[in-house]
Design a binder for this molecule. Structure first.
Ligand SMILES: [Zn+2]
Length: 236
């Protein structure tokens, strides 16, 4: 069975016009959503695509914000439109979500809405028909994660957000497609503590086919290098 990637949302931390933020649906035997930024849930409902699991790279809003909307849908929406799925979080993620929710007076909202799990970097977990391995990556003062997602011998590597690091090349090694963020015009555009990649830095980490994403629409890509846009479908 083939593995198919559908780009649900491809924007950087600020939305490109008309675009959702981070959300990538991988389909094989099941369907797994990588990240769930603002705009993603509405797009999934529009397309009639319902994942069996979600995996979150890190807790910057553009990668998880629509989990809030999703929890409200499951709590107060018409019951037949509830979307039940497993939610895989970085280490400490259950506590982190409960803290956000407690500020809104709804401490249990995420555990009521999802089947919660935490992944451990370097330890493969199985969800929605995929073997998934998370890799720890530096991202400003935060730890983020990339994922290797495998089904039936086909592997997608996804960078999430990352500073330049040799771990990225390890993440991408041997993958059939490397979906990699390229937020920056150039390295000088980042802060003194690095957190994102230029297109050149993303390409330097690749070991095969690459698809750039999380890229401002105003920035050109290097010649011949594909850039993800919402709605793009790629067979892997
Ligand atoms: Zn981020």
């Amino acid at each position: 069975m083939e593995v198919r990637l559908t780009v649900i949302g491809s924007s950087p931390a600020w939305p490109n016009p008309g675009s959702a933020q981070s959300g990538y649906l991988v389909e094989g035997e099941g369907a797994l959503l990588l990240d769930c930024g603002p705009g993603v849930l509405g797009r999934l409902r529009e397309l009639g695509l319902y994942p069996g699991a979600i995996a979150i790279t890190h807790f910057h809003l553009d990668h998880w914000g629509d989990l809030v909307s999703w929890a409200w849908l499951n709590a107060y929406g018409p019951p037949k439109h509830r979307i039940d799925c497993a939610l895989w979080l970085p280490p400490g993620g259950k506590h982190e979500l409960a803290e956000f929710a407690a500020r809104w007076g709804n401490q249990d909202m995420f555990e009521n809405a999802f089947e919660l799990h935490e992944f451990e970097p370097g330890v493969v977990f199985h969800t929605a028909g995929f073997d998934v391995e998370a890799c720890r990556l530096p991202h400003y003062a935060l730890t983020s994660h990339g994922f290797r997602v495998t089904h039936d011998g086909r592997t997608l590597a996804y960078s999430g957000d990352s500073a330049p690091t040799e771990e990225l090349a390890g993440l991408a090694r041997g993958a059939d497609l490397f979906l990699c963020e390229a937020t920056l015009a150039d390295a000088a555009n980042d802060g003194p503590l690095r957190g994102h990649l230029s297109a050149e830095e993303a390409l330097a980490a690749a070991d095969g086919p690459i698809l750039l994403t999380h890229r401002p629409i105003e920035l050109p890509a290097p010649d011949g290098v594909p850039v993800a846009r919402d709605g793009l479908v790629v067979e892997i």
